[in-house]
Write a protein that binds this ligand. Structure first.
Ligand code: CTP
Ligand code: CA
Length: 222
């Protein structure tokens, strides 16, 4: 019902999103991941679809059902997510990076299960290597899509969110303080763009998603 009455402000647009965590293998039975339910990214994919866009959702492991009408590409690691996104980004009008991407991955994942006797006894050191920044790489394309980043911070939200917007060369960053809404169904968010900080009224994740889609559509229109 909502879909039917939603203005088709993104009709004819290709929207690409990332959502959920990534999982970086240590060995066949262990890995490093981030806490992310994926719900905000899935709500945005749904809202973009309801606004008339053709939507591709590159998703880490979430267990969530794919929103109706959305093409989902399942990935596990940050490197897989990077490949899936970069092969599609140039053909997209909008890229929304909602995923909680692991910043580091094990430098040399083991193909066989690590035994604690072989790992070093009472202490073990795991070498990590930096993952590529998917959002920065998309924003640096010669003709980038309209790029939206997320900044979930435990403190100093405005400074960190605005720094991410400038450093990653993004027109829009969605900031939220973790603690208000992380893992729950609602969220308190502030939009950061070139004109400053714009708090959204607290509503459900679906309400926030619709507000963000409306902002993106307005930016594309003019
Ligand atoms: N992001 C990404 N690829 C990465 C890391 C982050 O695409 N390897 C995206 C996230 O999806 C989010 C934005 O960049 O939209 C900000 O992510 P965040 O983790 O908050 O920022 P970082 O630049 O990784 O900085 P830090 O974790 O040190 O705060
Ligand atoms: Ca990070």
């Amino acid at each position: 019902v909502i879909a039917f009455f939603t203005p088709k402000v993104l009709a004819g647009k290709q929207v690409l999103l990332t959502a959920g965590p990534t999982f970086e293998a240590i060995d066949p039975v262990r890995g490093i991941t981030n806490l992310s339910s994926g719900r905000m990214g899935y709500a945005l994919a749904r809202a973009a679809r309801q606004a008339g866009a053709a939507v591709t959702l590159v998703s880490g492991p979430t267990g969530l059902p794919c929103p109706v009408g959305v093409a989902r590409i399942d990935v596990t690691s940050a490197l897989e997510m990077h490949g899936a996104v970069l092969s599609r980004a140039a053909a997209s009008d909008v890229f929304i990076a909602v995923a909680a991407v692991a910043d580091y991955r094990p430098a040399a994942p083991e193909t066989r299960k690590i035994k604690k006797t072989a790992a070093g006894g009472e202490a073990m050191t795991l070498a990590l290597t930096r993952n590529p920044d998917i959002l920065s790489d998309v924003a640096a394309l010669p003709a980038p899509p309209y790029c939206v980043g997320f900044a979930a911070e435990s403190h100093d939200l405005a400074q960190y969110a605005e720094a991410k917007r400038v450093n990653k060369k993004l027109p829009l960053v969605v900031g939220n303080l973790i603690g208000d809404g992380f893992g729950g169904d609602s969220n308190k968010v502030i939009l950061f763009d070139a004109s400053g900080a714009h708090p959204l009224a607290t509503t459900s994740k679906h309400g926030i998603a619709r507000d963000i889609v409306a902002r993106i559509a307005a930016a594309l229109a003019g």
